[in-house]
Design a protein around this ligand. Structure first.
Ligand code: NI
Length: 387
């Protein structure tokens, strides 16, 4: 089977590069992927697949196999970044202020390629394949949550997705059993006191002293409330208040971020931030308000699905392609799919010859990774249906 797949993928190698470059030339940022969505929809309908629009610019296409069996979904994110691209590639962004500097152009090309290959084999499939093209991965609350609400996973038994990964050499593949990508939240705190003269503090409620104490007290969330064997971060990024040396100001504002790999850690940080802010401010006679803005939940891969996926990597690309990787503190809304059904998220290396990291204005990818990733995703779908 692998040899047949390889020759089918070889036939679409030029298509993969052409699609990727077309998306690269015409990047669209989160929730504005109109052209992108239209191009994908037209192509999939051209293959004869029914396509449903969801979450604004998102798409679900269904391929029914000739025989009965489970249903597996493959997901590509479709948004670009609000970045002005730099460089002289001949497929450079034609949309000022938008660029595919994360590799989502490659994800779309690969999943389109898989759709084309599997469509050509549909009579022999025992089960069905769903292709999900998801908007707005880069902008919380993201597009995945809306896709799930609008039925992206209806009737789906498992889901796989990959992210092209510049830190890995081309063709190397890594995943993590359990938490792989972090929940990345942010919070804002306002501490309000009563302003007055710096020489007469007894007539004021000092928000600077209160905020200083608050920063210290909030460090106890990680050091005293969190299980020491679990990772978590509470960091402040800004603290602002006051205008001049001898006035006690009315308000101090703080912002910060919470990073965690487990939903329970995230909830603990949020609840304790609220409680400690209220009580510390109360103790000083000030008013404290905390607003918490959740990012994505952590990406958590069921271990047995990672085993399955890496097994397919070994079978299709070779076991020397599998690399050990650590979890990363970045976020990814593939997390919402994995909260509903089993699946696995993979990092696929495309870093050969690439000197710029993800989200850099000069970012590019080694396009030799495109057919390899298409082969892997095709095999993942087929192997899952045979399982
Ligand atoms: Ni990305």
């Amino acid at each position: 089977m692998i040899d047949e797949l390889k020759s089918r993928i070889a036939e679409i190698e030029d298509d993969l590069v052409a699609w990727r470059r077309d998306f690269h030339r015409h990047p669209e940022v989160a929730f504005h992927e109109e052209r992108t969505s239209r191009v994908i929809k037209e192509y999939l309908e051209g293959l004869g697949l029914p396509v449903k629009t969801m979450a604004g610019t998102g798409l679900r296409a269904d391929l029914r196999g000739g025989g009965d069996g489970p249903t597996v979904a493959l997901r590509a994110d479709i948004d670009a970044l609000p970045i002005q691209e730099q460089g002289d590639k001949d497929y450079i962004s034609q949309n000022p202020g938008a660029a595919h500097c994360c590799g989502h152009d490659g994800h779309m090309a690969v999943v389109l390629g898989v759709a084309k290959v599997l469509e050509g084999m549909k009579d022999s499939l025992h089960g069905n394949v769903v292709f999900l093209f998801q908007p707005a991965e880069e902008l919380p609350p993201g597009g995945a949550i809306g896709m799930v609400e609008e039925g992206a996973l209806e009737g789906v038994d498992a889901i796989f997705g990959l992210h092209f990964w510049q830190p890995l050499p081309t063709g190397k593949v890594g995943s993590v059993k359990g938490p792989m990508m972090a929940a990345a939240d942010n919070f804002r705190i306002s501490v309000k006191g009563r302003p007055g003269h710096g020489s007469m503090p007894h007539q004021t409620v000092d928000p600077i002293l209160t905020a200083s104490q608050l920063v210290v007290n909030l460090q106890s969330i990680i050091s005293r409330n969190l299980d020491p064997l679990k990772p978590g971060v509470v960091s402040f990024g800004t603290i602002q208040g006051g205008t001049v040396y001898n006035i006690i100001p009315e308000e101090v504002k703080l912002t910060g971020t919470v990073r965690s790999f487990e939903t329970e850690v995230q909830a603990l940080a949020r609840d304790r931030l609220q409680e400690i802010t209220q009580k510390t401010c109360e103790a000083f006679g000030a008013q404290g308000e905390m607003e918490y803005e959740p990012g994505y939940p952590p990406v958590v891969n069921p271990p047995e699905m990672v085993d399955f996926a890496l097994d397919v990597v070994a079978k299709t690309l070779g076991d020397d392609r599998i690399v050990e990787i650590d979890p990363v503190m970045g976020g990814e809304d593939f997390a919402y799919f994995l909260q509903k059904i089993p699946g696995a998220f993979l990092f696929f290396g495309m870093g050969d010859g690439q000197s710029f990291p993800h989200h850099h204005p000069g970012f590019d990818m080694d396009e030799k990774a495109l057919p390899q990733a298409a082969l892997l995703l095709t095999a993942l779908a087929l192997e899952f249906l045979e399982k």
